[in-house]
Ligand binder design. Structure first.
Ligand code: FES
Length: 388
């Protein structure tokens, strides 16, 4: 299948893959699934193919992951995913009533989308905010202690084009925009990261610990979260400070001298123990001072982890991803699947390698033979704890 993903998505795919060790590129699958969801609103068959192509997996492997996690949607979603917790704590506090009210009000059930494409409703298991129950989230941002009336108010405002402010966390974005963040890219909206601080129940344990003098010394829970621009600026200042603190390189007055036997003068790489490294010769082509590093933190991290990534193949298992500006071309589905199968050879019965048919029977036979050889005779059920 020919994929239709944009150059921007392909570029981001390369960034994601470069975050992982070269021989562990398949670990990039989870963020890549968020990435394709960011473009299409769900993990479509084309999205599965795209992930398989760029990681050298087969589509069955990608599909197995995409169908396991509830955050990957298998059909088109609305702009806003409204998740209502109906798990134990929220349920006893009224979560089921909230969910049932929204079902009736919106005219959709679990995992269904309103006709105007605005809201997808789902009931969710514990959303990890039991101390604020009953809770619901909109695109994973929290609305705490909701009741049927406030929940209806939120969805009505969303359908009317408004953006109600969550109780905690950043201001709302669309589900596709959130999927970009879930793929590991920063929320670039000015000040959004610092929009909403933690709630009092979240901080209660911290305050208790401080009262009893068991908190981390000097930690201020009111420390504001920096925006990306502020963090980048602080990193640049720290780097400039570190560069300024470095000793100036020593200039040599002559070119490196060869030894009498024609051997090269020692270099930092082959200097003997205790020998000082030679000073750089004037006129050397090697730069004494590194050019300013104005790369983005993501590119820098990728290069640190994979210093030779620029020469490698982007999308085969165990290979490296180039960090140049060339967008990766997906391999055709057949060659990608072939590479995936070669790296993950299935047994004849379709099970993963190592789980081949007959293995259990053979193991039991070998175990029995070993037991008999010891002269202990076959173990009975009472010895093994097995149930007959
Ligand atoms: S039970 Fe609802 S957030 Fe935990």
């Amino acid at each position: 299948m020919t994929t239709t993903f944009t150059d921007e998505t392909r570029e981001r795919a390369r960034e994601i893959i470069a975050r992982y060790p070269a021989d562990r590129s398949r670990s990039a699958l989870l963020p890549l699934l968020h990435l394709v969801q960011a473009e299409e609103g769900y993990v479509s068959p084309a999205g599965v193919t795209f992930c398989a192509e760029v990681l050298g997996l087969n589509k069955a492997q990608v599909g197995a992951v995409a169908t396991f996690y509830t955050m990957y949607k298998r059909k088109p979603t609305g702009d806003f995913l409204v998740s209502v917790c109906t798990n134990t704590m929220c349920n006893v506090l009224g979560g089921q009533e909230v969910y049932d009210t929204l079902v009736e009000h919106l005219g959709v059930g679990h995992d269904e989308t309103t006709a105007d494409g605005t809201i997808t409703l789902e009931h969710a298991e514990c959303l990890a905010a039991c101390d604020y129950g009953p809770v619901m989230t909109v695109n994973y941002d929290f609305f705490d202690r909701v009741d049927p009336s406030t929940a209806v108010g939120v969805v009505d405002e969303l359908r009317g084009g408004g953006r109600p402010m969550p109780t905690r966390g950043a201001r709302l974005c669309t589900l596709k925009e959130m999927a970009v963040q879930l793929a590991g890219f920063a929320d670039e909206r000015d000040g959004a990261v610092a929009d909403g601080g933690p709630g009092e129940p979240t901080l209660r344990g911290l305050r208790l610990a401080q009262e009893h003098n068991v908190s981390v010394p000097g930690f201020d829970p009111n420390t504001p979260i920096r925006s990306k621009a502020e963090a980048d600026k602080a990193a640049a200042e720290a780097k400039a400070k570190a560069e300024a603190a470095k000793p100036a390189p020593v200039e040599a007055s002559a070119a490196p001298v060869k030894g009498g036997d024609g051997a090269s003068a020692p270099t930092p790489g082959n200097a003997g123990a205790g020998e000082p490294a030679p000073a750089a010769a004037s006129g050397s082509t090697a730069p004494d001072v590194k050019a300013p590093d104005d790369k983005s933190p993501q590119v820098r991290t990728a290069e640190t982890r994979q210093p030779d990534a620029g020469t490698a193949v982007p999308d085969a298992p165990g290979t490296k991803v180039p960090t140049d500006s060339t967008a990766p071309e997906p391999r055709d589905a057949r060659s990608a699947e072939a590479a995936g199968v070669a790296a993950n050879e299935p047994a004849g019965d379709g099970k993963p390698a190592g789980d081949e048919a007959g293995a259990q029977e053979r193991n039991l036979t070998e175990a029995k033979a070993g037991t008999d050889a010891d002269g202990a005779g076959p173990a009975d059920a009472s010895e093994t704890g097995a149930q007959k």
